[in-house]
Design a protein around this ligand. Sequence first.
Ligand code: JB3
Length: 221
Amino acid sequence: MIARGALILLGGGGHACVVTDAATASGWSVAGFLDDRSAADTTAARDLRHLGRIEDLVDAEGGEPIGVEFHVAIGDPTSRRHVLERARVLTGRGGTTIVHPSAIISPSAVVADAAFIGPLAVVNAGARIGRGAIVNSGAIVEHDCVVGAFSHVAPGAILAGSVRVGAAVLVGVGATVRPGITIGDEAVLGAGAVAVTDIPTRCRAFGVPARPRTTVAQGPG
Ligand code: JB3
């Protein structure tokens, strides 16, 4: 039996460990995680309890949602969107936003449902963080930026003022984006890259200055 008021994570890998720390530090009691893989097959859930599969958000006997808050703690944008949609259909809920208490979020910024803002991240004035997006540890999202749904601004990345990031984009670890640049949906900006021109939809760009490359597999950052 999971206590009402507890938080359940969907996904039990490395990102779930980071989310657990942030959620706990901000006052949640994290009951454990649901994952379609077995506990033995999840990579890094450490002390988190494996509570079952995503379908266990609904009581097997009564068919009703079990009435707990959940957060999709999966790094990959496509999986995160897919799992969040499954959970929404099962429970009628949109997923809880988790913000580490050390993050700085401007009162004029807007953070949507199901987003994650990590430790020491900064979201400055007028910025908008989309549904299910991740602003990871130490990332900076400057004034008036828009980060689209399910995008991931990886640890230490910097978006200067008024950058527009589309949906399901990866801005890699330590990447930098010059003011006013637009990054199209599902694009990847590689780790350490510096974007000085717009990056088109689904383009993978790497290096300093960032240039498109066609055959590089997407990783976490
Ligand atoms: O770069 C950083 C700081 N963090 C990365 C993070 C953003 O993304 C981290 O290094 C990882 O590369 C990645 O973390 P994540 O998502 O925790 O990856 P991994 O350790 O592979 O765990 C993914 C978990 O999600 C596994 O437990 C999977 O079983 C689960 N999962 C993935 N897709 C899914 C699905 N579970 C369900 N139920 N359904 C899915 O479609």
